[in-house]
Design a protein around this ligand. Sequence first.
Ligand code: UFG
Length: 332
Amino acid sequence: MTDRSFKTNILVTGGAGYVGSVVAEGLLSRGYRVTVVDNLQQGHREAVLPGVELIVGDIRDEAFIDNVFGRYDIDAVVHMAADSIVERSMADPRECFINNVGGGMNLLNGMLKHGVPDIVFSSSAAVYGEPRGIPIDEDHPCDPVNTYGDSKYMFERILSRYGMAYGIKHASLRYFNAAGASDRLGEDHRPETHLIPNVLQSAIDRARVTVYGNDYPTDDGSCIRDYVHVGDIAQAHVLTLEKLGDLSGRAYNLGSGKGCSVLGVIEAARRITGVDIPIDIAPRRAGDPAILVASCELAKKEIGWGPEFDRIDDIIESAWRWKREHPAGYGD
Ligand code: UFG
């Protein structure tokens, strides 16, 4: 294993957000010092655990980033800060590119200026676009169908060029559908657009869940996704960071390798919560592919990573535990 004394202080951008906070937790429990940069637009102060240093600021602000690298002794970066709502990226591509590409470049330029060599980047299954076969492996062409996916793919390309020209060591982790919760940290987006938190919210307040489409070419007619536990995603970041010397320049899928339909998620949530969650069937949501399921063989082989949670019930169960403790999210 890599000698961690060389990598003691990890900067996690977006580390007050859903996935970022759990990644920070994973790094902390592994003995790293963790410094979080977050503008708290989507992130929550309460999601930053004791022992993690939070610096409130924006990666779009070049002077702020320069100051962070100048003042804190950063050894490596996990870059997760981004606009991640697909619909918003389509309505407002300018903001999406400024945040996800422009902000990311500020970060890279700060790393170069201050001699920080290593970065692990949160990418997305959205880089693949409409799948040409299932499961999707990393050789699948990258042909994003939305601005969000474009922005993630552009940054992967920028990393590749910076790697070649300046020797930045980098790996990109393309997650499928992040889900579930750790004991202390869970999902609280405002507004919430994701399926599992919406379904669990309905188990609390009996609001009807909208199912976007039941006429897809799947067994039950609803979309199939690959839900991967947020704790497993965190573990993948830690391992990738520790093996970055061998993995540099690579991109890996993070999924469970199993698909579950929207109606399947709702059935599982009914079983787990004991609530007969009410649904409405609505037309398809624009830009939703019928099926997205990852092949995670490459991550297994090269990172030595595999999901611990591969049953949808266990993933939903963890999210439900957190939701019951935080019925209105953070700040309760
Ligand atoms: N869905 C509903 N009702 C809801 C919310 C979602 O039916 O209230 C459906 C969607 O139509 C989709 C599935 O549930 O078929 C999952 O939707 P999510 O919004 O939870 O997640 P997405 O698959 O749209 O997107 C997620 C991330 C993206 C990322 C993508 C990669 O939010 O950032 O996974 O696979 F790009």
